[in-house]
Design a protein around this ligand. Structure first.
Ligand code: ZN
Length: 274
């Protein structure tokens, strides 16, 4: 699933091509991709507007429009946004096309049909409950420590909880916990101040590094020009098959289910403590 670094890459790479552009219309091949409002209203209200900005919040993309409304997109498990010339054919996984001026189109490609779009007046009605952005300056290790206080859930589950911290999913939670040498099943509130500092630094390091590598193409993630990201080549434990060896100590990496998601970790480097 695209996580913060993938969505940030899409935002960065789309931004120069779409800001200031007019929407000439939208074609939907899968009506279920529009969550709000109705499909008809979605298409008619979008048409004729200009895109005035593009931002990311958590794993959401937020396009601002001249009307003051916002178009919000969540790519979920398998979505990509591709920038195409108007002459390009839509492949069978394209669920929606947003037609822009200057013969340009934005294709929402989504093999599993889980992606969602909203057209709303108030972005907070969709993204208002998200936790802090891990790469913003306000997200200090003290903030992380505060949020972990008394939490009994496994730290891996908390890192993937979008109301606890925004943008991190299965891949980068595994990578951050490995970098901080913390077992994924440790209870959030049991981390020592030192461990919280290490985890805070690890979160920021793995996210920035993945952004530098334009995201991880482990599944269907594509950059807007259709090329792959390379962040997965840096992964230490995430998506390594069980039996692969830890790059630090050589112990076989283990995979355990936590809240129905496979969690990869090194049982030696991330030995459970307290
Ligand atoms: Zn190890």
């Amino acid at each position: 699933m695209p996580e913060l670094p993938e969505v940030e890459t899409i935002k960065n790479e789309l931004l120069p091509h779409i800001v200031g552009r007019q929407v000439n219309g939208a074609t939907l091949f899968w009506a279920g991709i529009v969550r709000q409002p109705s499909v008809e209203k979605f298409c008619s209200r979008l048409t004729g507007q200009k895109l005035t900005g593009l931002a990311r919040r958590g794993k959401y993309l937020i396009f601002s429009l001249t009307s003051g409304e916002v178009l919000i997109i969540h790519l979920k498990m398998t979505g990509s946004l591709l920038l195409k010339p108007a002459s390009a054919e839509a492949d069978k996984f394209i669920r929606a096309v947003i037609h822009l001026d200057k013969e340009t189109e934005l294709h929402f490609r989504d093999p599993r049909k889980l992606g969602v779009m909203w057209l709303v007046e108030d972005a907070d009605s969709v993204v208002g409950k998200l936790g802090p952005e891990p790469l913003e300056t306000g997200f200090t290790s003290q903030v992380l420590a505060q949020r972990l206080t008394n939490r009994t859930a496994p730290i891996k589950a908390l890192l993937c909880d979008q109301t606890f911290i925004a943008g991190i999913g299965n891949m980068y939670a595994d990578e951050a916990l490995f970098a901080a040498r913390i077992h994924p099943l440790r209870r959030g509130g049991s981390l020592s101040p030192e461990e919280v500092k290490h985890l805070h630094r690890a979160i920021q390091q793995v996210l920035w590094s993945a952004i530098g590598n334009k995201g991880a193409s482990v599944d269907t993630y594509l950059r807007p020009d259709g090329t792959l990201g390379t962040a997965h080549f840096q992964f230490q434990v995430a998506h390594r098959l069980s039996g692969n060896l830890c790059p630090v100590c050589g112990t076989p990496i283990e995979r355990i289910p936590i809240r129905n998601r496979g969690s990869y970790f090194c049982p030696h480097c991330q030995a459970e403590k307290a």
